[in-house]
Design a protein around this ligand. Structure first.
Ligand code: QUE
Length: 335
């Protein structure tokens, strides 16, 4: 058994257990945590007595709410590109390690699961969400883009749901997350400790045994309209289609699209369309390249300032309007 401050790893019978243990920061991943996760997975990969890995978040508010974007902003502003590169290199390598892991890796997701938290769960075939799970890829709100392999998996969600969720950053709760594809099983929070224990005793069979019936998909009625609006090939055209819809569903969607970074919407749409034709490994490499051009844009430092550092939620985007984003400058970011 090894105990580290922010990631606790231990053997429990046939499983290796990982607890993300920074509950005050909603278990957001810093570089030390990413290293601890990678070390544990590499050690257990070659340990014959470990048959599966179970990952959970400490506390009842979050599985993992993202990455250490405050540190990334500091690195960007101080010109410490090496520190920024190290973070993304290690994080994306961990995402790929999980995708390629030869043993079952089971994420038990209760509370927030956003950004980097999705990166340490969605690439595995086994993701359990509770009724308190809350999934989102909210990076356009900080002038960034959905990374951690999101440019691979969002375009593979049903229809245009992934583009809708990746552009707006809107949240998807428990059961909806199973329909959308963020989770594979739905188990009530009250049953999670029993499921976790059963995984160590009986392995993957416990997943079906503890799965609860799914309530209906709340987005079902809007799916066709979402596919139509978010199937457009530019952000201004998506806005025109949304504003031409008469369903009540577009109110919060248009509001979200008008709040986030207009430039980030443009580079995110382009990255998601490109990711549809890439492997996960290629998508992560393309994301790494895009971190270099997206982070020098002023909207990244400003977005993290407004949403995470000062929390005034009043970012001053450049440009301020979707209609004023220059497509040529966005294309230039993709090399
Ligand atoms: C948009 C985001 C993130 C965010 C807020 C947004 C994000 C992220 C965090 C975050 C959460 C908990 C922490 C922390 C950062 O907040 O990606 O340091 O403890 O990681 O509006 O994309």
């Amino acid at each position: 058994m090894t105990t580290e401050d922010t990631v606790i790893t231990r053997r429990d019978g046939r499983v290796g257990r990982i607890l993300l243990n920074r509950p005050k920061a909603l278990n957001a991943l810093d570089l030390d945590m990413i290293h601890a996760l990678s070390r544990a997975l590499l050690a257990w990969r070659d340990e014959p007595h470990v048959h599966a890995v179970v990952i959970e978040g400490a506390g009842d508010r979050a599985f993992c709410a993202g990455g250490d974007i405050r540190a990334l902003r500091d690195g960007q502003l101080s010109g410490n590109r090496a520190a920024v590169d190290a973070f993304f290199t290690e994080e994306y390598a961990l995402n790929l390690l999980i995708a390629d892991y030869p043993k079952p890796y089971i994420a038990l997701i209760d509370g927030f699961c956003m950004g980097g938290g999705i990166g340490v769960s969605v690439h595995s075939p086994h993701r359990v969400a509770t009724e308190h799970a809350m999934f989102a890829m909210p990076e356009t709100a900080i002038g960034f883009f959905p990374d951690i392999g999101a440019t691979y998996f969002l375009p593979r969600l049903p229809g245009q749901l992934g583009v809708y969720l990746g552009l707006t950053g809107l949240r998807t709760t428990g059961a909806d997350a199973v329909y959308a594809g963020f989770a594979t099983h739905y188990t009530p929070r009250a049953q999670l400790p029993a499921l976790s224990a059963a995984l160590a005793e009986q392995g993957l069979a416990a997943l079906a045994q503890f799965a609860a019936p799914l309530p209906p998909f709340t987005l079902a009625a809007d799916r066709a309209a979402i596919d139509h609006c978010f199937g457009a090939d530019s952000v201004p055209e998506i806005m025109r289609r949304l504003e031409a819809e008469d369903g009540a569903w577009t109110g919060p969607v248009v509001k979200a699209m008008r709040q986030v970074s207009p430039s980030a919407l443009a580079w995110t749409l382009k990255a998601l369309r490109r990711g549809a034709d890439l492997t996960l490994k290629q998508a992560l490499a393309a994301e790494f390249a895009l971190t270099k051009t997206a982070m020098v844009h002023p909207d990244f430092a400003e977005g993290v300032r407004a949403m995470v550092v000062d929390k005034d939620r009043q970012p001053k985007w450049q440009p301020a309007r979707i209609e004023d984003v220059d497509p040529v400058s966005i294309d230039a970011m993709f090399g």
